[in-house]
Design a protein around this ligand. Sequence first.
Ligand code: AMO
Length: 436
Amino acid sequence: MEGHVPRTHYSKEIRPEMDGEEVVAAGWVHERRDLGGLLFLILRDREGFVQVTLRKDRTSEKLLECVKRLSKESVVSVRGIVRSDKRAPNGCELIPKEIKVLSVAETPLPLEVSGRIRSELDTRLDVRFLDLRIPRNREIFRIRSEVLKAIRRFLDGRGFIEVNTPKIVAAATEGGTALFPISYFEREAFLSQSPQLYKQMLMATGLDRVYEIAPIFRAEEHDTTRHLNEATSADIEAAFADHEWVMRTLEALIASVYENIRENSSGSLEVLGVELPEVKPPFERITYTEALELLAERSVELEWGEDLSTAAEKTLGEIMGAHYFIVEWPTSVKPYYTMPFESREEVCKAFDLMHPRMELASGSQRIHDYEMLRASIERCGLSPESFKFYLDAFRYGMPPHAGWGLGVERLLMTMLEIENIREVILFPRDRKRLVP
Ligand code: AMO
């Protein structure tokens, strides 16, 4: 790097109007083409490609040799003069004065980076650093960054405060899903499945409206295209709010994220070949009982009190065709912290937000009464003693509250029509994958 001039322009910033200007472009050797009197070096950077043109009769032997020896995917910087030329990809080319080889790529490459050959996902994930050089795969992460910004912008605008809760915890929150145990000095601890208990405890502090975007860890054994063992959840909790209020917040947030991505990520969407549909709240709401009736009409029979199977979700998705909520769940299906309806205790104030392809979020109004919560924990076969740190927060003034958790990867994969959840997280963790 000694004497190296830093990059002055990304590829897309080099324009025909800059004819005659000196710039420094830098990136990876995408391709080299030898056309008799001309040698082309196609340089790739985050924003696109630059054509570096070497006229053999007017270029020094040293420079020509340097380019001829370059292996694909080596990293170089090129100082040169912009020359407008309609035939070149961006309407201009770069006539090099100096080429610096910053890093030589070994051959052969473990993955075809041109993107012309689609490799198996497993192969791609093994060499993710190469896989993400393919524009289509990399653009997902620019959109992901925009999605996270859009979520934050929306919640900040509604008076939510961003918080960070511990990921090393002492107790389970979600009942059904398994925990990853870890050794914590002389005790056993777990990786957090959900910020549930902490975001609820924060409702006793007067912070009132909080959100967190963080990893959740689930020791689920299944190997599907929509489950990860380390996923990202966007969680909210709001005091003096009910399930209806947080459902309205959720549908408005989804619509706002779609709108933001349409506006701010049009280039990335184009690379992915995705056109976002209009998403307009309010989303349709059906009760759990209505869902069972709709399913029965399609010969998918479920007992009242059973959770929806994957097949049931799929059939419902076909019927509903857009985002929708399933409300009024059987109390027995949902976790102990869920508030039942006063008049019908067998039904609770829980909801799932569904995309036609899968569940995106779930939430509820919570039980805020200490005795009632204690009893509910016991009824679920859990020990109130191990929840003491949580239950105590309900003893000295706890407002009514509600919240939800939204799977960020699921939001992305449904939005971008991506089949496998592993594509929308940088380094997926699943049953078989712990590296890279
Ligand atoms: P739940 O367990 O339904 O609810 O999780 C909320 C959302 O997180 C996403 N999600 C996952 N995504 C990928 N892989 C997984 N293994 C995985 N598990 C969950 C889903 C799901 O809808 N405490 C409640 C939320 C609340 O009530 O506030 C909870 O965690 O998109």
